[in-house]
Design a protein around this ligand. Structure first.
Ligand code: ZN
Length: 387
């Protein structure tokens, strides 16, 4: 894949149109089938694609428009995965009262809690992202990016004591099958020539940033209990490396996206803290690129990235949750700063996260989102001239 310096791309999700939202609801209620839904979504994906092309992005995505959110959609793709409702989930939370309070104070939307749980041996029922990538390929000449939930995120969310135990006595046993399934999908995506595959592992930040108001922080898909921090980070690093083994260098760039949550526009309820406690683990993760948020001040200072020497950085330069447009100058400055710490050919530009992680709660209007992509592209053009 030939890319210019400072290639521009998205993290993945895009605000859904009303048609897609209705379609998702009708599909869930059984009023329309998968084919009927796809007819609605196909048109929306093409619109989203044109928007990205017009903005001038170098690598495009389908906006994850067919997904209800970045993780729970796997319930449709995998055998023996059941979607738990909020009420069902509460049965599995040890301290219900404090959990309910956390949901209230942290502005957590109830629908974001639909949690895919393993209730039997899991396997792929259908492709997780390949079919969507094939559709995208037919409609664009640009390199494409596909996002998949990472192996740690999936393990944390899908192993629910009392539901998963019969098939998987431990979360480690489930993780073995999650790694296998993700590797199968990754091989398919590599064979199909998908240029960029991104694994989403936002829940890693939940391990290192504790909220002073809550003994248990909320993070989508991280409701099950965890072991101590070092043990969990070690476990996550091992799972990621098992998925990656033998996969790099085959023409598909493989990245890991880590953010502090993207469920609310109230910045003060989202997690806060620098990447520094994660960096020793990231430096051991066998990936081509880390896609990190740096537009939000909650993410700390950029200097932490120097430990990633040799890896690429997907530098978050626009905040998907704010209405105000970032200035081109500020993005150029940020790009230069990052290029000094790594090197210019290692830096990609992207927003901090998706614009619509949860279908029902977009973080922005499509107009503002598109404008943010445009300033990012303009900044990339200046950086290419100056460096
Ligand atoms: Zn994110």
């Amino acid at each position: 894949m030939e890319l210019p310096l400072f290639p521009t791309t998205v993290v993945g999700s895009w605000p859904r149109s009303n048609e897609v939202l209705h379609g998702l609801r009708d599909k869930k209620a059984g009023r329309i089938d998968e084919n009927e839904f796809n007819k609605i979504a196909d048109k929306a994906v093409i619109d989203c694609l044109r928007l990205q092309e017009e903005a001038g992005l170098d690598i495009v995505s389908d906006g994850e428009l067919r997904r209800d959110n970045f993780i729970s959609f796997v319930a449709d793709k995998l055998e023996n995965v059941k979607m738990l409702t909020v009420a069902e989930l509460l049965d599995y939370v040890e301290d219900k009262a404090s959990f309910e309070e956390i949901l209230g104070t942290l502005d957590v939307p109830a629908f974001s809690l639909s949690n895919p749980a393993a209730v039997g041996k899991i396997d792929r029922k259908t492709s997780i992202a390949l079919d969507d990538c094939r559709f995208l390929r037919r409609h664009t000449d640009r390199p494409i990016k596909a996002a998949l939930p990472g192996p740690y995120l999936l393990t944390r969310s899908m192993w629910v004591e009392g539901l998963s135990q019969e098939s998987y006595p431990t979360k480690e046993a489930l993780a073995d099958d999650i790694v296998r399934v993700l590797r199968e999908e990754l091989i398919d995506l590599i064979q199909a020539g998908v240029e960029f595959v991104q694994f989403d592992e936002p829940v890693l930040t939940e391990l290192v940033f504790t909220n002073k108001n809550a003994n248990r922080t909320f993070m989508c898909g991280a409701l099950t209990a965890k072991a101590d921090r070092e043990e969990e980070l070690e476990f996550a690093t091992t799972l990621i490396n098992r998925v990656m083994e033998g996969m790099r260098g085959k023409g598909t760039r493989i990245g890991i996206h880590i953010c502090r949550g993207n469920w609310s526009t109230q910045e003060d309820v989202l997690l806060r803290g620098p990447y520094s406690p994660l960096m020793p683990y990231l430096s051991r993760m066998n990936a081509d690129q880390f896609i990190l948020e740096y537009a939000t001040p909650r993410a700390g200072e950029l200097k932490d990235i120097s430990i990633l020497d040799g890896k690429e950085l997907g530098l978050g330069v626009v905040n998907p949750r704010t209405e105000g447009l970032e200035s081109i100058d500020s993005i150029v400055e940020r790009g230069k700063e990052a290029a000094k710490l790594l090197s210019p050919e290692k830096i990609f530009l992207n927003p901090d996260c998706g614009f619509g992680t949860f279908a029902q709660r977009p973080m922005n209007t499509p107009e503002t989102a598109a404008n943010k992509l445009k300033v990012m592209v303009q900044a990339a053009e200046i950086l290419r001239q100056q460096l």
